[in-house]
Design a protein around this ligand. Structure first.
Ligand code: UTP
Length: 472
């Protein structure tokens, strides 16, 4: 794209101002700006401006309000007995053995609350080794591959901002033991922010501010990148979806996969009991005959606190974004598109002199898609309850709840529990957490049952003090 072409294309949609520093840019900066403009789809821009107009006219609020007041009740949730779990796991294991299952981590987010300089997946969380989040995910996939003798393609969604660093990190760590050809990276879309009058913003004199298009961007990115077609060609029919920040996730849990397949579901959702009524998890509800995840901000305080006669919260089960999708459904949804959500944000930009301004109040709208909006199109959807002490402790904040400190402690506690089940006691303090950090390489044991057999095959000495580490 030449400068003249880019300028006239942008002028036609009222965005010529992004070239106002052109004369001051050197050759490299000019080339970078032209490359960025060529990546901005005019259709997307027109669509985002339409969303903005709707937002300003109040139509979006009206339809959200209408949805909120419509009839809503808790979604039915499956709680598997030990026998049912074993039955479902058998089905899931058959799928894994047949090579029908892939895993997908969404890792394109900005991780602004954690404030880590680099892709969030590179954040060190191993209680003993400081192993990064990505290591735990990849080693779990390696364990599945070893247990069931078939590849589990690992799809990693990145963003323009962290793609190169993510790929380099996997390369530098030898793909954590996975065959390189079984890791599929793909990049999600970026969208500009728009001011109230529909203008894009420059965050430097030669760069338009853009941000990832939300975890819902995964659907179109999977298709656009060709990853969906590659999975299809490999015979994959089922996708296990999870977020990068939770190293406790039971990747491609066979019982969950089995339940999804046995029910012929388009989408399945893992849900857990909320920590307290105010916990910011989306809640699984049934509305208009459909299972949906409703964000906690949509609930009134009365709804959040509503209790059943037995004292349990009425809206007890929250979603932590652990899903299974059928590949057929992902293909349909990639074409259908998802609704776009608007957030009023403080977006840094340059002033007329080219100096960066950090606004003190929201000055622009950012746009995002949410993956759970796809549920509205699902014909069959199953919710499965899980035990959060075993499977959920995310790294969201730098300190306090859901932070690296709480996550490391929860990991140690879970692995100490597994060891205790195998007869190895690690002293536990009054707070219920082990007194020494504990870490088990997922490629050594996937769960407490496989830990027992791994220790029987391969006995290990537990050192009398310091961290406890079991590596494959
Ligand atoms: P979060 O909503 O926790 O956002 O993402 P975040 O970007 O990680 O962190 P904050 O809010 O800026 O502090 C949940 C999951 O969705 C992914 C994230 O990488 C994380 O795994 N995600 C989010 C994307 O892949 N792309 C996005 O555009 C947004």
């Amino acid at each position: 794209m030449t400068y003249e072409e880019a300028r006239s294309a942008m002028a036609a949609v009222g965005q010529e101002h992004i070239f106002k520093f052109w004369d001051t840019l050197d050759q490299t900066a000019r080339a970078a700006l032209l490359a960025q403009v060529s990546r901005i789809h005019l259709d997307d821009l027109a669509m985002l401006r339409g969303v903005l107009e709707k937002e300003h006219s109040g139509a979006a609020e009206a339809s959200a309000a209408a949805a909120t007041i419509s009839e809503m009740k808790p979604a039915p949730v499956v709680e598997l007995t030990a026998g049912q779990r074993a039955e479902m796991a058998e089905i899931g294991e058959r799928e894994l053995r047949a090579g029908h299952v892939a895993a997908l981590v969404v890792a394109g987010g900005q991780g602004s609350r954690l404030g880590f300089d680099g892709p969030k997946g590179c954040y060190p969380v191993g209680p003993v080794t400081n192993a990064p989040l990505f290591a735990f995910h990849a080693r779990k996939i390696l364990a599945l591959r070893n247990a069931f003798g078939a590849p589990v393609p690992f799809c990693v969604m990145t963003s323009e901002t962290n793609d190169a660093a993510t790929r380099a990190f996997f390369r530098d760590n030898d793909f954590f033991g996975l065959p390189e050809g079984e890791v599929f990276f793909f990049v999600q879309g970026m969208w500009p922010a728009l001011t109230p009058d529909g203008k894009m913003l420059l965050d430097t004199p030669g760069h338009v501010f853009t941000a990832p298009d939300g975890h819902g961007g995964v659907l179109s990115a999977l298709e656009r990148s060709g990853v969906l077609a590659r999975l299809r060609a490999l015979g994959v029919t089922t996708m296990f979806y999870f977020q990068v920040d939770n190293p406790m996730v039971d990747v491609a849990d066979p019982a969950f996969i089995g339940l999804h397949v046995a029910r012929g579901a388009d989408v399945s959702i893992k849900v857990c009991a909320k920590r307290d009524p105010q916990e910011g998890l989306g809640v699984a509800v049934e509305r208009g005959g459909k299972t949906q995840i409703v964000e906690y901000t949509e609930f009134t305080d009365a709804q959040k606190n509503e209790r059943l006669p037995d004292g349990e919260l009425r809206y007890k089960f929250g979603s932590v974004a652990i899903h299974v999708f059928s590949i057929d459904f992902l293909e349909r949804e990639a074409r259908a598109g998802l609704p776009v959500h608007v957030a009023h944000k403080k977006v840094p930009h340059v002033d007329d002199s080219g100096a960066v301004v950090k606004p003190s109040s929201p000055n622009a709208c950012k746009f995002e898609k949410f993956v759970f909006d796809s549920l509205l199109d699902a014909k069959t959807c199953v919710c499965l309850a899980f035990d959060r002490e075993e499977e959920f402790s995310p790294v969201k904040n730098a300190e306090g709840s859901d932070s690296p400190a709480t996550c490391r402690a929860d990991l140690s506690r879970k692995w100490a529990r597994w060891l205790a089940a195998c007869g190895v006691q690690i002293p536990v303090g009054a707070d219920g957490y082990p007194e020494r950090p504990v870490e088990i390489d997922p490629a050594f044991a996937r769960d407490s049952a496989s830990l027992a057999s791994a220790l029987a095959r391969n006995p290990r000495d537990i050192p009398p003090e310091g961290g406890v580490l079991l590596k494959a």
